[in-house]
Ligand binder design. Structure first.
Ligand code: LCS
Length: 401
């Protein structure tokens, strides 16, 4: 692990986490980690089987507890996110929910931002409240608001950066310091940035969660998630909320995600390059009211982006001068960019958050945090940039006519 952490990200993405596989093969080590597509594992004696139940590190028993294909993925994730340990889950929400359930096992209070992916907002605002766990939502871009919201029983500081869909940034080091000073577990959703854009654990954040449905798997073939952090925390998630509530990843989805991760650094670089050009194009277009992209100088937190991000990502949010009607016309007229939710796909995807991804967030809260009805979100894909730009251009022109 120590040696793997010294490798470049592209080498890590391809080779990390795979060395233990050689011990499983008598000869001829498969170059590509195989899929162990089985639910259970066979033992030769009762003593061996009992030992595997007693000491889980000694072998595999049942795929809901662990599986060699999942293991390769988890080891790779830990290296890439600079964490001690990782686990893969059936979905991004499987990761968010099991991390929260574990951190809040004894109850407690959460401080979070309101501008979160909508299902995460719902977990905090509705589902956990049913169990007596309250969340105070504040603008965490202002660290003093976090300080003011902390109560005697606060256990968790929950963050996203950049946020979905407004692309607001959190000062990772500052937020981690506040959490540490008050003994809170800080959890961040790093889906938009990926470990190629930022490694929050290196800034002092305790736990990273991902929807691997997005950039990590990359091709839109999989729903998957991940939790990364200290071994003690990850083990508690694995042996408790994950195993017993059952949001485990299937070996096939773990394998597909592994294939995706091997090309993450190279794909992410291209996503960022294309998104930078799309953001500049949109900002210069007369039909566009405003554009948010962490790599644009007009982003209110551009300096913070430069300080803590290695690359600015593939997500852009913007609003047309014609508001919601113009936004709807735009998405209707696009030919190559697909009207679809999700993000981080090789394909360019465009959507209208107020009526789709964030439609479950009450409209007064949407207005309060800035998810306007005219806002359009684009996940810039890996197509040739000229083709993405010409599609946007023709659609914007036909909106104006
Ligand atoms: N975290 C973030 C930041 C997300 O954007 C999503 C899904 C999730 C967690 C949940 O991941 P899942 O369980 O779907 O793997 N975001 C979506 C979006 O913006 N459009 O469609 C899904």
């Amino acid at each position: 692990m120590i040696v793997e952490k010294k490798l470049g990200k592209s080498t890590q993405a391809i080779h990390a986490g795979e060395s233990h596989l050689s011990a499983l093969e008598k000869s001829g080590i498969p170059l590509l980690p195989p899929i162990y597509q089985n639910s259970t594992f066979r033992f030769t004696t009762a003593a061996e089987c009992a030992e595997a139940f007693r000491d889980e590190e000694s072998g595999y028993v049942y795929t809901r507890w662990g599986n060699p294909t999942q293991d390769v993925l988890e080891k790779k994730l830990a290296v890439l996110e600079a964490g001690e340990a990782a686990l893969a889950t059936a979905s991004g929400m499987g990761a968010v929910s099991t991390a929260l359930l574990t951190a809040l096992a004894d109850g407690g209070h959460v401080v979070a931002m309101a501008n979160l992916y909508s299902a995460t907002f719902q977990i905090l605002n509705e589902d956990l409240r049913q169990f007596g766990i309250e969340t105070t939502f504040v603008d965490v871009t202002d660290l003093t608001q976090i300080e003011r919201a902390i109560k005697m029983d606060t256990k968790v500081l929950y963050l996203e950066s950049p946020t979905n869909p407004l692309l607001k940034l959190i000062d990772l080091r500052g937020a981690a310091e506040v959490a540490k000073a008050h003994g809170l577990i800080s959890i961040i959703d790093n889906t938009f940035a990926t470990p190629c854009g930022q490694q929050p654990i290196n800034f002092g954040i305790d736990v990273v969660v991902h929807s691997m449905t997005k950039y990590l798997s990359g091709t839109g073939a999989v729903i998957a998630g991940a939790v990364i952090g200290e071994k003690e925390f990850v083990t508690r998630v694995k042996k408790g909320a994950l195993r017993n509530f059952g949001a485990v990843i299937s070996p096939f989805n773990a394998w597909l995600t592994l294939q995706g991760i091997t090309t993450l650094p190279i794909r992410f670089a291209r996503h960022c390059e294309n998104a930078g050009q799309v953001a500049e194009f949109l900002e210069a277009h007369p039909a566009v009211a405003w554009v948010r992209y962490p790599g644009l100088q007009s982003h209110p937190q551009y300096e913070l982006a430069r300080r803590q991000m290695e690359a600015f990502g593939g997500m852009i949010t913007f609003e047309l001068k014609g508001g919601r009607t113009a936004g709807e016309h735009l998405v209707d007229r696009l030919e190559r960019c697909a009207l679809a939710v999700s993000l981080g796909d090789v394909r360019t995807l465009i959507c209208h958050p107020a009526s789709t991804t964030h439609s479950h967030v009450p409209s007064e809260i949407r207005q309060q945090i800035g998810i306007t009805d005219g806002l359009v979100r684009i996940s810039v894909g890996l197509e040739d940039i000229e083709d993405i730009l010409s599609d946007l251009k023709q659609a914007l022109e036909s909106c104006a006519s």
